[in-house]
Design a protein around this ligand. Structure first.
Ligand code: ZN
Length: 323
């Protein structure tokens, strides 16, 4: 059982995490990213420099910890994450776990049993990734839209077992605000309290009832895509976040942007730089520059906002460890 939070630079007490964003990516490469030979070769030095700059800007807003929930099969590189952490002064927490079947690499885990997959996650949490000694501090789980596939159910079951065994919490990917309750059902079915998980991307639809229903079961609800306005506007996210606070769920909301600070290869066949150009607010300081001031105008206090970005992440890790 891990008794403190695993960051890429070592163990930290939950109360020392400070202001925390729960879902931002240093680096993402979709499976087979290297096959798009049209794209420029990945330049690690440039990528690290760009990330360090972005994380230092975030540090200036008082953020001290960021979770990078990149699963094993999405171009994860924990040594790059560790270098960015060391150079930017922000504690980064990396993940073990696997992505949604349609966009991940299901072949290997399809061939393993639930217990064997759980063993893989546990090893990355307790001994570290490969021979790096860098230990994972969260387990990423993911489901596709509308239906949990057999593969996703298997990985999620393994993740819940590993979470229970190690005291490391779960963080999820959902699509179009669906399957959040299935994720909770599978985790709690293994005896894991719902409060040991963040149901991610729950801000992707204008659906307060769905968001509230997840929190009612004790799960953390991820309003984690601020600035990513392709499918839904921040105005709707703000309205729904405020509604969660107003209905008594200030303890259950987590905020972030799901930024990708560096890409390997292309995104959806295009140059990811173009995606960033069309989304000017999709950056890690957006919450502090634009969203929090708006929430304050709507009546929330600095104390409320600190509660969401300091107390909620602290409790999320603390409860998972003291179970
Ligand atoms: Zn993400």
């Amino acid at each position: 059982m891990v008794t403190q939070v695993n960051t890429v630079q070592g163990k930290v007490k939950p109360e020392d995490l400070g202001r925390t964003l729960i879902h931002e990516h240093v680096l993402v490469g979709f499976p087979g990213w290297f096959m798009d030979a049209r794209m420029p070769a990945f330049n690690r030095r440039e990528a690290v420099a760009r990330c360090v700059d972005a994380f230092q800007q975030l540090h200036a807003y008082g953020v001290r910890t960021v979770i990078d929930p990149c699963p094993m099969d999405l171009g994860r590189n924990v040594e790059v994450i560790a270098e960015v952490s060391q150079k930017s002064g922000i504690s980064l927490i990396c993940a073990t776990g696997a992505y949604v079947e349609s966009m991940g690499i299901p072949y290997t885990f399809n061939a393993l049993t639930v217990d064997q997959i759980a063993e893989c996650f546990q090893k990355e949490i307790e001994d570290g990734v490969d021979a790096t000694g860098i230990r994972c501090g969260v387990i990423k789980i993911a489901t596709g839209e509308g239906l949990v596939s057999d593969y996703e159910r298997k990985v999620l079951t393994a993740a819940a077992k590993a979470a229970k065994f190690t005291g490391v919490p779960l963080i999820s990917h959902t699509e179009n605000c669906s399957c959040g309750h299935d994720q909770i059902d599978i985790a709690t079915g293994q005896g894991l309290p719902a409060s040991h998980m963040i149901v991610g991307h729950s801000d992707g639809r204008d659906d307060h009832d769905y968001q509230k229903s997840l929190a009612d079961r004790g799960a953390y609800v991820g309003f984690d895509r601020f600035g990513l306005e392709m499918m839904i506007s921040d105005e709707i996210r703000i309205k729904n976040l405020k509604a969660m606070v107003d209905c008594g769920h200030k303890d259950r909301v987590m905020v972030s942007h799901d930024t990708v600070n560096c890409w390997e290869g292309s995104y959806n066949g295009g140059d990811p730089a173009d995606l960033n150009k069309t989304l000017p607010n999709w950056k890690m300081t957006h919450l502090f520059e634009n969203i929090f001031p708006e929430l304050k105008r709507m009546g929330m206090s600095q104390e409320d906002l600190d509660h969401i970005v300091i107390e909620n992440p602290r409790r999320y890790f603390e409860e998972a460890k003291t179970y």
